[in-house]
Design a binder for this molecule. Structure first.
Ligand code: TXA
Ligand code: MG
Length: 331
């Protein structure tokens, strides 16, 4: 049984105690729930890899309470400073050359470390109480949908032996942080699109910004962006994306779930077809909050197939398209 810890002062103190005893605890962040362990405790981080079923070659993000805590862990530079000043605390992760204090097990042997200062008050308070950085990948089994509420965490990691989750309610952003490689201060490379849009990074970086495009299917190829497997974040139910009208007759699987971008476009008059929508309003931030939530919900309902409309637009819309393309990728 997973213990569900309320986000009260005594609950957070208990979470910090468990963490300091080397026991991983799932915590809410503004993006998705993370499975936390003290970042400098290799053994506790080993438990995180084990619980998630994550390959040891896929490094963990290290979370810090204050932006200034980055200086002890990584070689800082002016580009990192500009982006941190603009987006921390928040859904941005910076990849920088690591200092020796960061164990190789956390970075999967790489000379770089991924750092994030999260905005969620619960995560920040636990960081403060623990008094040290916390490594935290998303709190889902490897390759499955990320969790955006405590129930998702319990469902995914409960059977794997998770001890406790702090219930901070639903995540306000709903997709993972944007990961930017800033090792070279003369250019920024977006390794994973997420809660901070490319346009926002461009406005703050003051140097050229590119998006890492290579779709990586094989772990051994994953030199710079170890987590960018083509298939990732997947529901169990097969997922097919569409633009325009849903190609309902091309897909005989029933019952069929159709997800439109806006609820106003959802039709209700076809037999064997259930209709859903990513948003009421069409706003990308609403779509982000609902993305994993809706996929988790539909995944448990026995649909033969989910047909999902591709989210439009720039900014967060691009991050949503990226997630859905990975979720829909086969094998
Ligand atoms: O929003 C988030 O970032 C959430 C919350 C919990 O903070 N965390 C998260 O962690 O999404 P995870 O482990 O699911 O994804 C982190 C990604 C992985 O794809 C990993 O390969 C990549 O970050 N990563 C970690 N360290 C890296 C490094 N040194 N260089 C390049 N990529 C790195
Ligand atoms: Mg993840």
């Amino acid at each position: 049984m997973v213990r569900i810890i309320p986000p009260t002062p005594s609950g957070l103190a208990e979470a910090a105690r468990l963490l300091l005893a080397g026991i991983p605890v799932a915590l809410p962040t503004e993006t998705v729930y993370g499975l936390a362990a003290p970042a400098l405790d290799e053994q506790a981080c080993g438990q995180v890899f084990l619980l998630k079923g994550r390959p040891l070659t896929d490094p963990l993000i290290v979370h810090i309470a204050e932006p200034g805590d980055a200086l002890a862990l990584a070689e800082w530079n002016p580009l990192a400073e500009r982006l941190a000043a603009r987006f921390w605390p928040g859904p941005l992760t910076l990849v920088l050359p690591k200092k020796n204090i960061v164990p190789d097990a956390i970075t999967a042997g790489r000379p770089s470390v991924a750092l994030r200062c999260p905005a969620h008050p619960v995560f920040r308070e636990v960081l403060r109480l623990a008094g040290q950085p916390l490594a935290a990948p998303s709190a889902n089994p490897f390759m499955r949908l990320s969790p955006t509420c405590a129930a998702h965490v319990v469902e995914g990691l409960g059977p794997q032996g998770l001890v406790a989750v702090v219930d901070g309610g639903p995540c306000s952003v709903g997709v993972e942080s944007t990961i930017v490689d800033v090792r070279d201060a003369s250019r920024a490379v977006i390794l994973r699109q997420g809660g901070v849009s490319r346009e926002e990074i461009e406005a703050a970086a003051g140097v050229p910004v590119t998006v890492f495009q290579r779709e990586i299917a094989d772990l051994s190829e994953a030199a710079d962006a170890p987590g960018l497997f083509a298939r990732h974040y997947s529901p169990r139910t097969p997922l097919v994306l569409f633009s325009g009208e849903p190609p309902v007759s091309e897909h005989p699987q029933r019952p069929l779930a159709v997800i439109r971008w806006r609820s106003a476009d959802a039709r209700t008059d076809r037999t064997g077809v259930s209709n859903f929508a990513w948003t009421e309003t069409g706003s990308p931030s609403e779509g982000a909050r609902n993305l994993y939530h809706l996929l988790h919900q539909l995944d448990g309902q026995g649909f033969g197939l989910i047909l999902a409309e591709t989210p439009p637009g720039d900014g967060l819309g691009a991050a949503l398209r990226d997630r859905l393309r990975r979720a829909a990728a086969q094998g």
